[in-house]
Write a protein that binds this ligand. Structure first.
Ligand code: GLN
Length: 240
């Protein structure tokens, strides 16, 4: 078995170690004897989505998002087919915002990919803090760090989780992120996946199922250290 991960525009969308998400998925695959490779795409590269099993869009500043935006129209249609076909995607912060219809800043409105029915508008002040969620997808809480000026409205989509500590999508709905088909959009940096191995495995599992069929089962790994760290954060911010 083999997974190919597409890393979109890492020279622009790579805040707070979002690249660590790639390393985490690579390692967790390799440790299980699943071959894994990553292809990094620059703005000038053409992307063959049919070759990809997981796509990562990391976070970026408004300036970097603006640059990436100029390229989105060219990839939108193929990316849309990939998502509708069940392709796995992890989109973090700036990348999450770009999944939606638009990101409206004080200066302008950046047109997004419209892959998920959501939109983002800049609010007053930035939402910067540690964040803890409870997701319906997992027993273990999801932990991370958020830093965004945009407030995201996910319309009727399912959120990634309920906010136990922190601001989340807009600081008031009480929810964070989005889950649409096999796409996860979230404001959590950190990077997200090494802190939340359950999420990394969710992406890997869905990618393998799409490629090789439903019977794929992931060999359990020793996540005791990750669980301990997760538990520490949960108790520090939620149960403190
Ligand atoms: N520029 C976006 C915002 O501030 C996203 C920032 C990020 O990716 N951390 O909302």
């Amino acid at each position: 078995m083999k997974l190919t991960i597409g890393h979109l525009y890492p020279e622009l969308l790579n805040l707070y170690g979002d690249r660590g998400n790639i390393q985490c998925m690579m390692k967790r695959s390799l440790w299980r004897g699943i071959e894994a490779e990553t292809i990094a795409f620059g703005l000038e590269d053409s992307i063959d989505f049919s070759k990809l099993d997981i796509v990562l869009l990391g976070g970026g500043s408004d300036r970097e998002q603006r640059i990436v935006c100029s390229r989105l129209r060219d990839i939108r249609e193929n990316f849309h087919h990939y998502v509708e076909d069940g392709g796995s995607v992890l989109a973090v912060c700036g990348g999450y915002q770009l999944l939606g219809h638009y990101y409206k800043t004080e200066e302008d409105t950046l047109e997004g990919l419209s892959l998920v029915d959501l939109y983002t508008e800049q609010g007053e002040g930035r939402l910067i803090q540690n964040i803890v969620l409870q997701s319906e997808l997992f027993d273990m809480p999801i932990v991370g760090f958020e830093n965004h000026g945009g407030r995201t409205c996910i319309n009727n989509n399912k959120p990634l989780g309920k906010v136990l500590y922190g601001a989340g999508n807009d600081g008031k709905s009480g929810y964070e992120g989005v889950v649409y088909k096999n796409v996860i959009g979230t404001y959590l940096h950190g990077p997200l996946l090494p802190k939340n191995p359950q999420l990394a495995d969710w992406l890997i599992q869905h990618a393998l199922e799409r490629k090789y069929g439903k019977e794929t089962e992931l060999t359990p790994l020793d996540d005791s250290q990750e669980k301990e760290a997760n538990d520490y954060i949960y108790h520090r911010f939620v149960r403190g």
